[in-house]
Design a binder for this molecule. Sequence first.
Ligand SMILES: NC(=O)c1ccc[n+]([C@@H]2O[C@H](COP(=O)([O-])OP(=O)(O)OC[C@H]3O[C@@H](n4cnc5c(N)ncnc54)[C@H](OP(=O)(O)O)[C@@H]3O)[C@@H](O)[C@H]2O)c1
Length: 279
Amino acid sequence: MSRVLLTGVRGKTGAPLAELLVARTGVEVLGGSSDPATVDAAGVRPTPFSWDDPAGWPAATDGVDAVYVVRPDRADAPELIGALLDATAPDTHVVLLSERDADQVGPDGWAVRAEDVVRGSGRSWTVLRPSWFMQVFTDPRFYLGRLRDGGDLPFVSGGASVAWIDARDIAAVAERALLDRGLAGQVLELSGPGSLTLPRTAELLAAATRRPVVHREVSVDEAVAGTEGFERELSVLTFERVRAGVFAPVTGTVERVTGRPARSLETFLADHEAVLRPA
Ligand SMILES: NC(=O)c1ccc[n+]([C@@H]2O[C@H](COP(=O)([O-])OP(=O)(O)OC[C@H]3O[C@@H](n4cnc5c(N)ncnc54)[C@H](OP(=O)(O)O)[C@@H]3O)[C@@H](O)[C@H]2O)c1
């Protein structure tokens, strides 16, 4: 029996990852959440886990063979991740959800510092570096309402493309990385199967929603309006990276690791038709 702790089990990658792991025999899935009463995925053991409550980490990590760490997007993430790993047994395998080309991310190399903590932890590790998630289009906190209303798609692109990735494919890679130590010591740059301009992305969204969605190029200031502090700083750098084309390259890593091609944006949109185009 292998015991796996997923931080962020209710999140975009955590939820599909839990489904994959529960379907395996011999895997006990601990679903970490800061609100464990809301964890209702079948076969998952709700597990109190909050980045704000280190006192709960020894219980959450007790007897765990592998841990999936969804990096918290806050300034102290490197220190928090280091402290969490200190609470794990030395033979625990760690899979970190980082992001594409993380060497360039964040103030003072914040993202690479978070990765370095994992690489230097003495634990075996795998780092996942995904591109932008397709799930931003079905998340009510991002674009969903606007798309359903047939609004515009405001996005900073500078003409660059984005190789959107389906979080289900990140989960599929994470499943392998958690259970198969053959991926230990690897940094996996993950993307979807195609690199799309924002106008082309908007065309596909318009077809899926049957609404007149068009891309509207916005300034970085407009894109980050309403955020402040570290979140703002990180968002500004992220959009600058989009403009620099960091999210454009297609990698074949999903297929190499899972044995099947990454899902296209068309497939993702078809699978989420009920959300995008409610009756
Ligand atoms: N979205 C993208 O396009 C994208 C692209 C590349 C990389 N990433 C990276 O992927 C990571 C996840 O981002 P996401 O937007 O997809 O978020 P997400 O995983 O969908 O949601 C965030 C998760 O954090 C958990 N959480 C919130 N407060 C918490 C706390 N105090 N302690 C512990 N857990 C807490 C939430 O679960 P509970 O409320 O149940 O605790 C939730 O599961 C981030 O590091 C992000 O930078 C995202």
